[in-house]
Ligand binder design. Structure first.
Ligand SMILES: [Zn+2]
Length: 365
């Protein structure tokens, strides 16, 4: 599984890292998809890792439709299968441990892995008996077994989907139900052109999240305009912004978010291949974020689809944006601060980083 392992050579930043924005269903191993398809008797158009990779990945900037089409190639293999759901969560933790991640928040839509209690049933599956609730339990089991086996910390974020506002109240209820079992926040993902005014289901779910103290992040300003970011912050009360690149086009909003120490979950390779940003990395909004000392983290988003690793994102910003070892340290400390861990665990994570970065004496950042 060389494409998921970077420990066979020196990593660009060979110290413990924090990753806050990565989709479980966009981080499945190609080998696992082939293996599960075989076990379940599901026929795929290809039967080798190389051919499946060609089918599931984008290698040049794509449209949203092309990008979303990639999930159609394999999600029906994993969704609706108990063993497969638990397995992808467990393997995910192993992959992250090998990438040198000390703490990860992984996100997914429970509905998109279910085959019962979800309307419509996704990926053209026939109805079964795995509900979104059971999906969350299975992922929790896989993650927590992974934590024990691979000695890192993994928490999860449950995603609402912009085109399915009728699922969002379920999502916040699942966040509440499993908040003591590894679920730390709610997210809103999908097509940003579908705003919340037209889809009030999301707003209701986020209001419930605020009321119950569930943490909140929102995909906004990735391909969408700054107004989507504004809505995420003002209406949905987002504490972090997924991507947020286009925030810089509204100077008033951008300044306000800088003042508020808003955290941007930046995903460089993803932002190039989804066409969210100029493919010339030297013109990436992260250059501006860095210059303005914004708060941000570095993340893979959907490493399966981008055929990438966390190290490739680090390598990219080092090569094209001049990131140094010290920048990486500061960035990961900021990521730990922005994590959705309870205060005590956040402090432990910060201490782990300070120690690994030889910053034990200088905690006054
Ligand atoms: Zn994302």
């Amino acid at each position: 599984m060389a494409e998921h392992c970077t420990n066979d050579r020196q990593q660009t930043f060979n110290k413990p890292k924090v990753e806050l924005h990565v989709h479980l269903d966009g981080a499945i191993r190609l080998e696992t998809i082939l293996d599960v398809a075989k076990q379940r008797g599901i026929s795929l158009p290809v039967d080798t890792v190389q051919a499946l990779k060609a089918l599931c990945t984008v290698s040049r900037p794509a449209t949203l439709t092309e990008f979303l089409g990639k999930f159609d190639e394999y999600m029906h293999v994993i969704a609706g299968d108990r063993k497969a759901i638990k397995r992808i969560a467990h393997e995910f933790v192993e992959t992250k441990a090998k990438e040198g991640v000390a703490y990860v928040e992984v996100r997914y839509s429970p509905h998109l892995l279910a085959n019962s209690g979800v309307e419509p049933i996704p990926w053209k599956q026939t109805e079964g008996d795995i509900t979104p609730d059971e999906v969350v339990r299975l992922v929790n089991e896989g993650l927590s077994k992974g934590e024990k086996d691979f000695k890192i910390k993994a928490r999860s974020i449950l995603c609402c989907m912009r085109h399915m506002p009728s699922w969002s109240m379920d999502v916040v209820e699942l966040c509440k139900k499993y908040r003591n079992d590894g679920v730390v926040a709610i997210d809103l993902a999908g097509d940003e052109s579908l705003n919340c005014e037209a889809y009030p289901g999301h707003q209701r779910a986020y209001e419930e999240a605020v009321k119950c103290g569930i943490h909140r992040t929102v995909h906004a300003g990735e391909v969408g305009p700054p107004s989507v970011v504004k809505e995420a912050v003002d209406v949905l009360k987002a504490e972090r912004i997924g991507h947020g690149y286009h925030t810089v086009e509204d100077q008033t909003l951008y300044r306000r978010l800088l003042d508020d120490n808003m955290h941007f979950e930046v995903c460089p390779i993803s932002s190039k291949l989804t066409g969210a940003c100029d493919p010339d990395f030297t013109k990436h909004p992260l250059v501006r974020f860095k210059k303005d000392k914004a708060k941000y983290s570095l993340n893979t988003d959907d490493p399966l689809i981008f055929d990438s690793t966390l190290d490739k994102d680090y390598e990219t910003v080092k090569k094209y944006m001049g990131f140094t070892e010290d920048d990486f340290k500061t960035m990961n400390i900021n990521a730990a601060h922005a994590s959705f861990l309870p205060e005590k665990e956040k402090k432990d994570l910060l201490n782990l980083l300070y120690e690994a970065y030889n910053m034990v004496e200088s905690t006054g950042l």
